[in-house]
Design a protein around this ligand. Structure first.
Ligand code: NIG
Ligand code: FE
Length: 443
């Protein structure tokens, strides 16, 4: 039988971790299993996966322009990062030190965000674009092939729309999904005019809807009320946008229930979400995105040393939150929440490693949460997030042979080769071609 010619063959994995599952996402007890094929291989053509099977079988059936020998190492889907704030100006490392040492008052979340807002408004377009490109390079080298990117550091509608336009100019092998986040926190200049701010956010939505698939709102005691978020969310839904929610990060503001009511694609953080809200999310198909990088970086599970004595950690209950969300039947995903304040890491690998350690999750659960379930959080699980026939060929070859080892080890880049939409874009952990736009047809 004549062999079929394809663009690329990926052969001789030690373990082909497919992370296959239903497009609705993997939930409950099913999280404890992750689909894998020992010694598996993949055939790729025109940016899509055209065959999966044992290496000998794939070799018998296909010839290819390019071949990669995985040499007994782990092959997985590309990682999906469904929550980031990609475009921002400045850094906040100096004020962060006061949180670590307890010398001086650590900035509140609102003050921290406003300081990044000032620096973002002052930054010129070229600097913001260059930083975003460099961040995308790092993310890609660490295995992220799809990234959600929010605005939220403009907080004047002209500035917010500018950030969306800049996001649209990015040309990168990481597929960037833009989100408009006008309701991050109330900017200082609107302190006495909350209603005006909400009105201006609603008025900006028709323009935002041309540039972004999603509208995000922060439903939190430090940010906006459920009613304020509902007003903006309903207007966005009316324009055909879908909703994401920063929910209940510093207290229970009813964010989980609001996300369910708006049929949000995802609600993220959820630290203080109540069980009823989580159950409503499960029924509505809203994904819960947990952010262990925030937990680590804000030292929320670490006691604080103040004047020589230990103060209890602020959020020792976060492992319970992960368990409550899983038990409520919610589809749970993981993300970086990459931003300069609460989580300055570009790496989904460290997020996976932290999720296992801080939230006490199994290797299988972590993998399902950062692949198929993370794709589900971006309404893309029909198209990516797992190694399945017809899906976008976003694949990683790791330096290690087993999926558990990728989580057991931590803190260094364990991704060797990155294939994004069927093209080899990184090898030996280094980018070889990041400035490619996806050429693959949407599913
Ligand atoms: O972690 N409501 C939003 N909270 C942000 C904080 C970002 C920052 O500190 O700049 C978040 O997503
Ligand atoms: Fe965020």
């Amino acid at each position: 039988m004549a062999k079929r010619n394809v663009d690329l063959l990926l052969l001789n994995s030690g373990e082909l971790l497919t992370c296959a599952g239903p497009a609705e996402g993997i939930r409950g007890a099913a999280l404890e299993r992750v689909e894998r094929l020992e010694g598996g291989a993949v055939a790729i053509d025109a940016g899509r996966i055209v065959a999966i099977g044992p290496s000998e079988q794939i070799e018998r059936q296909f010839d290819a322009t390019e071949r990669i020998d995985a040499g007994g190492r782990l092959v997985s889907p590309g990682l999906v990062d469904p929550h980031s704030h990609l475009l921002y100006g400045g850094t906040r490392h100096e004020e962060y030190e006061s949180l670590l040492t307890s010398r001086g008052a650590p900035p509140t979340m609102e003050r921290g965000i406003q300081s990044t807002v000032r620096r973002t408004r002052d930054a010129d377009d070229a600097a913001l674009q260059a930083q975003a490109q460099a961040d995308l390079d790092l993310m890609l080298a660490h295995g992220t092939t799809t990234l959600e990117a929010k605005t939220g550091y403009g907080l004047r509608m002209d500035d917010e729309l500018r950030l969306l336009r800049l996001t649209a100019t990015l040309r990168h092998a990481v597929d960037v999904v833009p989100t408009f986040l006008p309701l991050h926190v109330l900017p200082d200049e609107y302190a006495a005019r909350r209603g005006d701010y909400i009105g201006e956010a609603i008025a900006a939505l028709p323009q935002a809807a041309r540039l972004a698939r999603y509208c995000d709102v922060s439903c939190d005691p430090s940010c906006f009320t459920a009613d304020e978020c509902a007003a903006v969310g309903e207007a966005a839904l009316g324009l055909g946008m879908r909703i994401r929610v920063h929910a209940d990060q510093t207290g229970d503001a009813g964010g989980a229930a609001l996300a369910a009511r708006l049929h949000a694609s995802a609600a993220d953080h959820l630290d203080y979400a109540n069980d009823e809200g989580l159950r409503a999310m499960a029924a509505a198909g809203t994904v819960a995105t947990l952010l262990p990088g925030v937990t680590l970086h804000l030292c929320e599970m670490t006691p604080r040393l103040r004047n020589g004595s230990l103060e209890a950690p602020s959020k020792p209950f976060l492992p319970q939150l992960a368990r409550r969300a899983i038990d409520a039947g919610v589809v749970v995903a993981l993300s970086t929440d990459y931003n300069p304040g609460s989580c300055p890491t570009q790496s989904m690998q460290i997020v996976m490693q932290l999720a296992a350690r801080l939230f006490r999750l199994s290797y299988a659960a972590v993998w399902n949460m950062c692949t198929l379930n993370a794709a589900r959080a971006l309404d893309l699980s029909h198209d990516r997030g797992s190694i399945e026939l017809g899906k976008r060929a976003d694949l990683l070859v790791w330096t290690v042979p087993a999926h558990g080892l990728a989580i057991n080890r931590f803190g260094v880049n364990q991704v060797d080769t990155v294939i994004a939409a069927g093209r080899v874009v990184a090898r030996d952990g280094r980018i070889i071609d990041s400035a490619v736009r996806s050429f693959v047809q949407p599913a």
